[in-house]
Ligand binder design. Structure first.
Ligand code: SF4
Length: 477
């Protein structure tokens, strides 16, 4: 969501006349921050400190800080880093050009944080980073109150977009050659709660199935509580919905789930997985797990390991619990010592790696369709391979030899066969069996990226000052 917000910030600034800067010569630097984990918090102030000499050298350079951390810290940011020019929150991304202009004109810092959404962010223009894959927000905010999570405090209650608007944005992306969309929401399958349709998310998936040219639909992140059978049915019945599910577990201990205020229990969770696999036997299921929640005992942790053994996740995002001031869990007694958390974390990773590797080995010899990706294979240059994502989301590094008509580009589609498995990726070192050149690949080659226009409701527009370059930075999440 944060990365997609950065695309909107870039789109808005381009509309206001700014241009993307090369490295090192930006007149405006925007930090779009994340507050989910403590180290993101620490990193912002460290990075702002590093910016200070550049600002001293070029006092006309403007620094803006937005996103969740700005929403949380507000004017603390300009107190700790008085060389920052603009602070804006999660509810008023659209104000950035105005605030930059005002700060320049008044020669003082502008801090503007709203308590509720100004306009739905998707009504803002977005400069997309990828020629072949696009994010589409279906909702923002979350009505849950998980005790470790700072999101509801910073993103507010859930706001749903109308289905027509969402589908129009998907269509707009597809018209620009995009092959894959990921529907985004903090609690994506609660979609519809605001307008009273609990089956809205399943219906949305089915409607995506009718969009010609849309080859892959993904979504993130669902909540087990709201994961109803109709969503599984819609996934299985809609051919362009990918056989992939990211389903946050967080803990396998019912006692800890209760303390986290996660309203499902481990049995319900495993049941959902069984139903998904019954409907889609090849589905790759991934998860998020927090280790070391306050009060977690060895027995609780063992329960998590047991669910992990049964769930057979293809991979897991594992986190050591990090205390977020302002959340109920931060006040709980029994915060665990770092060594205990680290030791459990290492055990969990070891188990999950074994499972991921075993699951990946089962795929050796299988044919696979890949959407060729950019920047996914760090060693591709050395190994003379390219990389792509399978329909189930797995990362595959492949050798681009065989039946290739000219060069394979990111955004093209190839078919090949898996020859080797590793815990975190697959390898296809055999001749590819087909290569389809796509418009997305053409656009990638020409440097063309989709731009969704949005509607800048009520926002005054401002021209950029000369000189114009702009750098835009997302956080690393
Ligand atoms: S459902 Fe997700 S976003 Fe909502 S409170 Fe829980 S962890 Fe946070």
């Amino acid at each position: 969501m944060n990365v997609h917000d950065s695309e909107r910030l870039a789109g808005m600034l381009e509309d206001a006349g700014y241009e993307r800067a090369g490295s090192g010569d930006a007149d405006v630097v925007v930090f779009n921050t994340c507050a989910v984990r403590e180290n993101a918090d620490n990193r912002l102030y460290g990075t702002l400190g590093h910016m200070r000499p550049a600002k001293d050298r070029n006092p006309n350079m403007q620094i803006a800080v937005g996103g969740c951390l700005a929403q949380k810290d507000r004017d603390t940011i300009v107190k700790r880093a008085p060389w920052v020019d603009v602070v804006f929150g999660t509810h008023n991304l659209g104000s950035l050009p105005t605030l930059l202009e005002r700060a320049r004109h008044n020669e003082e810092a502008e801090v503007e944080i709203l308590e509720a959404l100004d306009v739905f962010p998707s009504t803002l223009p977005a400069r997309r980073e990828s020629a072949y894959s696009g994010w589409v927000s279906v909702s923002v905010g979350c009505n849950n109150t998980c005790t470790f999570c700072i999101v509801p405090a910073l993103r507010g209650k859930e706001k749903d977009r109308r289905p027509g608007e969402i589908l129009a944005e998907v269509q707009a992306l597809v018209s620009e050659g995009v092959l894959e969309v990921t529907l985004l929401g903090q609690n994506v399958n609660a979609y519809g709660v605001e307008f009273g349709d609990r089956f809205a998310f399943g219906k949305l998936l089915r409607s995506c199935g009718e969009i010609e040219g849309l080859e892959r639909v993904r979504f993130t992140s669902p909540h087990p509580r709201d994961f109803t059978d109709d969503v599984i049915e819609a996934m299985a019945a809609t051919p362009n919905v990918c056989p992939q599910l990211h389903m946050p577990l967080q803990s396998g201990s019912d006692r800890i789930l209760k303390a986290m205020r996660r309203s499902y229990r481990s049995e319900r969770y495993l049941n959902i997985l069984r139903n998904v696999r019954e409907a889609m036997p090849d589905a790759a299921i991934t998860t998020d797990i927090i280790v070391g929640f306050p009060g977690e005992t060895e027995e609780d942790f063992e329960a998590t390991l047991e669910v992990v053994r049964q769930a057979r996740f293809s991979s897991a995002f594992t986190f050591q619990y990090s205390k977020r001031p302002g959340t109920p869990a931060a006040e709980l007694p029994d915060q665990l010592p770092k060594e205990v958390v680290q030791q459990r974390y290492d055990r969990l990773i070891e188990l999950q790696n074994e499972i991921s590797w075993a699951e990946n080995k089962n795929l050796v010899g299988r044919p696979v369709e890949l959407l060729v990706a950019e920047g996914e294979g760090r060693k591709d240059a050395e190994t003379h391979r390219l990389s792509g994502r399978a329909r189930d989301g797995r990362l595959v590094h492949f050798t681009p030899t065989g039946a290739v008509d000219r060069e394979i580009r990111p955004g093209d589609v190839v078919h090949t066969t898996i020859t080797r498995a590793a815990p975190h990726h697959l390898v296809a070192d055999t001749d590819i069996s087909s290569h389809r050149r796509t418009r997305a690949g053409d656009h990638w080659e020409e440097g063309v990226r989709p731009k969704t226009s949005g509607v800048t409701l009520g926002l005054p527009s401002f021209g950029a000052p000369a000189p114009q370059p702009i750098a835009e930075q997302g956080c690393a999440c």
